[in-house]
Design a protein around this ligand. Sequence first.
Ligand SMILES: [Zn+2]
Ligand SMILES: [Zn+2]
Ligand SMILES: [Zn+2]
Length: 257
Amino acid sequence: MRVTFLGTGTSHGVPSIGCECPTCLSSDPRDNRLRPSIYVQSDAAAVLVDAGPDLRQQALRHRIRRVDAIVFTHGHADHILGIDDVRRFNALMKGAMPCYGDPATLDDIRKTFGYVFDPAAPKGGGVPMLELRPIAGPFSVGDLQLQPIPIRHGRKPILGFRTGGFAYLTDCNALADEAWAMLGALDVLVLDALRERPHPTHFSLSEAVETAGRIAARRTYFTHMCHDLPHEATNARLPDGMQLAYDGLVLDDLPLS
Ligand SMILES: [Zn+2]
Ligand SMILES: [Zn+2]
Ligand SMILES: [Zn+2]
């Protein structure tokens, strides 16, 4: 199994519009962060986790042609606004895109993309063909078995996912009690770490380090960073086995189970 980080930035992206802070002006490509998403591939499946506003650019940059399903963590704009670009994948796959999410997320998608689900809406440029599939427990896409992990994004319960020894927990500031038992013996953990200062819906870096220490994966990568966390300087002071992820980072040869 291979995981490609398509975007590791917070909802504004880094650089953020009109900002002249050192991270936003940095020439280090790892300080350029698109909106958060990963692409997971096995021999028999390819899954996108979230479809944010940078999906088109991410798909072109990584020459992504194949997506068998999109798995959504939650319905915030930075995770779903790429849905219109699913039209290209519909053309390539000659069919509707299976879209997995919890019921609240699928509701958010129906509301945000009302024209897609309104039979009376004019279909001039075509609309994405989406097959919404509510998540009610573990499910699989090809040979990828996906375990939903209940996490908390402020007061909002949302989902992270585990497949094999890899877990992706973006947009959270707490884990549900039952999540801990689902995160044993991880090879790789990806965890939200927005910035240093506390935030009501995201882990700060120190909270993320503490939580990652408790989960104790072999390697931890942080994601969903804002411009307060410059890549190199932040990495230099993280504990062993913990790093910031960056756009374009590829993790290869992850075991499927
Ligand atoms: Zn900035
Ligand atoms: Zn969010
Ligand atoms: Zn987000």
